[in-house]
Ligand binder design. Structure first.
Ligand SMILES: [Zn+2]
Length: 73
């Protein structure tokens, strides 16, 4: 982790959660990339050690491998 100072603000630059902790079936969702309803995988990213970041879940499309369950993403 590095720290950047901008004026009086101190910004912590963290690599963020990058490790895949778990992969679970995420159910079927509409993919705006594939324009189909496809099974998705819920990928949980996080750090193994306790950290500033909560684990985050990302839906991964089985078609394109991306989370495009919301329009415009
Ligand atoms: Zn897709």
């Amino acid at each position: 982790m590095s720290v950047l100072r901008v004026g009086s603000e101190t910004i912590h630059i963290c690599p963020g959660p990058s490790k895949v902790l778990a992969r679970k079936p995420g159910g079927d969702h509409w993919c705006f990339g594939c324009r189909q309803r496809l099974p998705h995988t819920l990928v949980i990213y996080g750090d193994e050690e306790p950290s500033y970041y909560e684990p985050v879940g990302v839906l991964e499309c089985s078609g394109c491998g991306r989370d495009r369950t919301e329009f415009g993403t």
